[in-house]
Design a protein around this ligand. Structure first.
Ligand code: OGA
Ligand code: NI
Length: 343
């Protein structure tokens, strides 16, 4: 049997102090542990605030062309008319609110274990940054049953059923988008046999960014790229997500009531032979509103060899499997791409 995403992460344990969040409900001022250099956060509001990523209608007859352009130019776009019912997102957001509103003691019952993947805790990128983030999350790789049962011993079923349904529906949308993207890249059906197979990898991440007493010195989620082919994100109607565009700066991704944010991840950057950027993004926080989001990370099976298969181009990356790449990323974060570059 093909190994699972959680098995891939099991090989890269984390320290407990990098997993356990502070109890945000009990802090009234910004602790030093969470105080980032002000200029680092504030550049946020400069440069790119007049630009925005394209909003694409999946039903548009030109959708394929528009997606190709957006992937090349931005590495991200917002997608409307995606076919997933809005009530599903409302339900997931309601469950996320119910979860993160629990007392810290109860959430900690589902704390990710050092070599675990599913459960409650800080962002996986935390160890790479000198300061802590104004964020807590709940990661689901596979079934959330075990962790949900720790939190709600008698009432875990609604959460589990909803999250399983969410993964199913996101997988269908992700496969549709993958078909489009592989056509744009002219990748053959032979190469793309994994799409729709049971081996493809998907994970859900619920994110919570509490309101913050000093948002100019706090960071919701530090700049990173995703270890996915692409990520489909639903954000609550609260601003905070920004993507970095060369020569422009940090560009806000303003919530659109019916759209999902799609961003290219490292794996798409690799298989597109660097034609599509893996977009650097981050989340800033605010003083008055809690912010919630739910990300779905999609990718090929773990044993799939990421090569840039276009015959007439020089390969920019050496061939590694998805699993090997996850390992390189877990140890090196932002340097992972350059470590597999051929030049
Ligand atoms: C992530 C992420 C963005 C957001 O979970 O990797 O980038 O808006 N989330 O929460
Ligand atoms: Ni991300």
């Amino acid at each position: 049997m093909a190994s699972t995403l959680s098995e891939a992460y099991r090989d890269h344990p984390q320290f407990l102090h990098h997993i356990k969040p502070i109890d945000f409900s009990s802090v009234r001022s910004l602790p030093d542990s969470h105080a980032w250099p002000q200029n680092f956060v504030e550049e946020a509001n400069g440069g790119g605030s007049g630009s925005s990523i394209p909003v694409i209608d999946l039903m548009d007859p030109n959708a394929e062309e528009l997606i190709g352009f957006a992937c090349e130019e931005w590495g991200a776009f917002q997608l409307k008319n995606h076919g997933v019912s809005l009530s599903l997102f409302e339900e997931v957001e309601a469950e996320a609110k119910r979860l993160f509103a629990l007392p810290a003691k109860q959430k900690l019952k589902a704390l990710r274990s050092p070599n675990g993947a599913t459960g409650y805790g800080r962002a996986r990128i935390s160890p790479f940054f000198p300061k802590d983030m104004w964020h807590e999350g709940f990661t689901i790789m596979g079934s959330p049953f075990h962790d949900a049962k720790q939190i709600w011993p008698h009432d875990y079923a609604p959460f589990c059923e909803l999250m399983e349904n969410y993964q199913k529906q996101m997988k269908v949308l992700a496969e549709k988008l993958t078909g489009i993207i592989l056509r744009i890249l002219k990748i053959s059906e032979e190469e793309a046999k994994w799409v729709g197979s049971s081996g493809s990898t998907g994970a859900v991440q619920l994110n919570y960014y509490p309101q913050c007493p000093e948002p100019n010195r706090a960071m919701g989620l530090a700049p990173h790229t995703d270890t996915s082919l692409f990520t489909i994100l639903h954000q609550s109607q609260t601003e905070g997500l920004q993507i970095f565009k060369d020569q422009v700066g940090w560009v806000p991704v303003r919530p659109h009531p019916r759209a999902l944010v799609v961003n290219a991840g490292d794996l798409l950057h690799i298989i597109s032979n660097a034609r599509f950027p893996c977009v650097l993004h981050r989340v800033v926080v605010n003083r008055v509103q809690h912010r919630y989001s739910v990300a779905y990370f999609y990718g090929p099976p773990l044993d799939y060899v990421l090569s840039s298969p276009l015959a007439d181009e020089q390969a920019r990356f050496r061939g590694v499997t998805v699993k090997e790449y996850i390992g390189i990323k877990a140890k090196n974060l932002g340097k992972a791409i350059s470590l597999i570059s051929t030049n």
